[in-house]
Design a protein around this ligand. Sequence first.
Ligand code: PGA
Length: 251
Amino acid sequence: MRRKLAAGNWKMHGLAADLAEAEAVARDHPRPGCDVLICPPATLVARAVDRLSGGPVAVGGQDCHKTEKGAHTGDVSAAMLADAGATHVIVGHSERRADHGETDADVAAKATAAHAAGLIAIICLGETEAQRDAGETLAVVAAQLAGSLPEGATAANTVIAYEPVWAIGTGRTPTLEQIAEVHTALRERLRALLPSEADGVRLLYGGSVKPGNAAEIFAVADVDGALVGGASLKAADFGAIIAALDGAPAA
Ligand code: PGA
């Protein structure tokens, strides 16, 4: 049985005052049936940990460097995130892949660094609109999965997030059939790549998840939770998504 996960990705949003929203998620929307995670910007990780520790909301980073330390101005290592109290880190988000030219090999190296620091890596993948229109979606995500999964990935240390690039921040979502098709295909690929772990690895859907569409998305087989951007910034919206996840059928 896979434990459900609602992960909020604040991206480059959030000042100290916004931690009140994270506290409100913990206070007003506790759901013992789900894991809940908020990934604020790096500047807020330590303060979020201070304010949320001991409660139902874990704190993660949004990216990490592939090495533990060194001359990499502006970067943050997985060890630093762990030292700040983070338990998870997102790697390979499409905005990182697009804005910073990150390749599958880079993503795998970052996930390896995350694991070395004791963090759970949330590895993101997903097709562009042009790739979907060309009928390449399943081949694209299969190649991203194979290239981005690090050696030593397990159900305990790795989460996969399927995020169609064209659905992120656009208000558009795939049909439920399209989500099911990709999640089923990813589970099959995981069985080939990590035979003993595949059935325990959580597969999140991400891209314009909102209170209004969360329940139907969470009812899709092999959807074990969500990676939520915009709707994770307000406790009421994220709380409604968490409630929908808690009410969804068990994986
Ligand atoms: P969105 O972002 O929910 O705002 O579409 C999702 C993500 O990029 O993780």
